[in-house]
Design a binder for this molecule. Structure first.
Ligand SMILES: [Zn+2]
Length: 313
């Protein structure tokens, strides 16, 4: 049986695992990398992969190929990881480096584009050829599948829809240079930013850690919101409004029959239901399969995506 090795590299962690052609996770191990820059990433990957091979090993001979899902801008055709930080480009031939080091064919892709591949191969792609996958986690990005193919753009930047405005106007500056991008309103990092901005104007019992010492937890916001906390109500309402408008914008742009939501912020039932309530039926009437939460295990969607990259699906 052919198997595939996947590496899901997030902002602070690395998940390595082996998956079969049906999307079953056979083995895996988690590594905590801490915050890292792009230059340090190759060393972190190699160190963890060496440990994985030594301690976990293959389930049944060497995997047929390996795939890596990465944050930032990635050229999957040439196997080049261009950048994490939009202000600093530092291209690395990651696929070639890993292939030479381990003797296993290697392919790489961006993490949300990888998760969208997993959705296409093992998730809603089984009944839809036109869907959008919207990831609302630490950041916000969208994978768009049209006629069964994922849109990538001329610089592999397609789907950076987190950097669009969605009718919530607070004056929050975004890393991209614009104000009030949906990522600055509704993602994990955006909710943190908004909490710091608005905590002077509303009463709250929300724990807000000092800057650079951690982030406001979206889960705390949704819990306190249901207890009537004034700040948390505003934060949760803005986030739901932003996500709902992003969904409706995407629906108008690509005419999908299915919208799939993934990521920690929308996995909260309270948030998911609030978003659904804000969708307008006349905009949503052609989304025949509706707005659904991903059926793929959120813990493994990045790993499955990396393996779909390895399979070149
Ligand atoms: Zn932005």
């Amino acid at each position: 049986m052919e198997t595939y090795l996947g590496l899901d590299l997030g902002g602070t962690k690395l998940l390595i695992g082996e998956v079969d052609g049906h999307g079953n996770v056979l083995k895996y191990k988690k590594y905590t990398s801490g915050y890292f820059n792009q230059q340090a990433a190759l060393a972190i990957i190699r160190e963890s992969l060496d440990d994985y091979i030594a301690t976990t090993g293959w389930s049944d001979g060497r995997p047929a190929a390996m795939g890596v899902g990465l944050i930032g801008r990635v050229d999957p055709n040439k196997g080049i990881w261009h950048q994490i930080d939009p202000n600093r480009t530092h291209p690395i031939e990651l696929a070639k480096e890993l292939e030479q080091a381990y003797g296993i064919p290697c392919r790489i892709d961006n993490d949300v584009k990888s998760a969208t591949r997993a959705e296409r191969v093992w998730g809603v792609g089984q009944y839809s050829k036109d869907f959008v996958y919207i990831n609302v986690g630490t950041g916000i990005a969208v994978g768009t599948v049209v006629n069964g193919r994922q849109i990538r753009g001329s610089h592999f930047n397609a789907g950076e829809a987190g950097h669009t405005r969605v009718g919530v106007n607070l004056g929050v500056k975004c890393v991209c240079g614009r104000y009030d991008c949906v990522e600055s309103i509704a993602s994990g990092s955006g909710i943190d930013q908004c909490a710091r901005l608005l905590c002077k104007d509303y009463e709250t019992s929300l724990p807000i850690p000092p800057e650079n010492e951690g982030r406001v937890k979206a889960h705390d916001v949704f819990r306190l919101c249901q207890e009537g906390d004034p700040l948390c109500k505003v934060l949760a309402d803005n986030a739901a409004e932003g996500i709902a408008n992003l969904i409706m914008n995407m629906v108008r742009i690509t005419d999908p029959d299915t919208v799939v939501l993934g990521g920690g912020v929308v996995a909260e039932e309270y948030m998911f239901e609030n978003v659904l309530r804000k969708l307008h039926p006349s905009t949503m009437r052609f989304v025949t399969n509706g707005v659904v939460l991903t059926k793929l295990n959120p813990e493994f969607i990045g790993l499955l995506g990396a393996c779909a990259v390895a399979m070149n699906m």
